[in-house]
Design a protein around this ligand. Sequence first.
Ligand code: PMT
Length: 219
Amino acid sequence: STAQVLQGKKVVITAGPTREELDPVRYISNHSSGKMGYAIAQAAVAAGAQVELVSGPVTLPVPAGCAIHRTVSAQQMHAQVMHSVKDADIFIATAAVADYRPKQVAAQKIKKNNDELTLTFVKNPDILNDVANLPDAPFTVGFAAESENVEAYARKKLASKKLAMIAANDISQPGLGFNSDRNALHVIWNGGDKKLPTGSKMMLAEALISLIAEQYNKS
Ligand code: PMT
């Protein structure tokens, strides 16, 4: 049995992709399956936490004991998270949130009348940044999905977004990261770091929750 290292703590976790609508039949999204975030939610429940999972559209079963909030777009996920984190102790941002959304959502299906189609995008709110900068911010853990200079970019995000911890994954590694069952993480915080070698997302989630509990209980 897992030690109850997060007994009584409220943990909010984002998982999965977002979908950004273009017209009534099309959207822009990414390859996130939700597996990493759902595994973290399951590990947090096993550690005794009260867990709220804010999930983009995925087809995974919800881990027993988690409250689920289903969202579609980045703006919806942002609104739900800002509500859910009000009394949270820990926030973990595992979702692959679209950085941009189409500036206009066409009311009718876009027709193929031209040889070229140009879309304009506008920036989405940054959920992780907005939570980390709340006056009474929870212990905030970000993810970094990078294809090069993984550690340097992760350290930059840790500092610039004022995070307590960041878990970096190298998405250039075949078979790891988006949509696979396995991953590898380099977890970095102010004052230390730990490499969690390749393993199942469930094993990594348990190791990550242990590290979070250790640092949270020191903070
Ligand atoms: O879902 P899986 O198939 O299991 O795959 C897992 C994963 C690869 C998606 C996951 O391990 C991961 O790396 N998640 C973060 C993906 C990502 O979008 O990273 P990023 O470097 O673009 O974003 C950095 C951080 O900011 C992330 O914590 C992200 O959740 C957060 N963010 C980003 C943009 C935004 N508008 N709001 C955010 O909260």
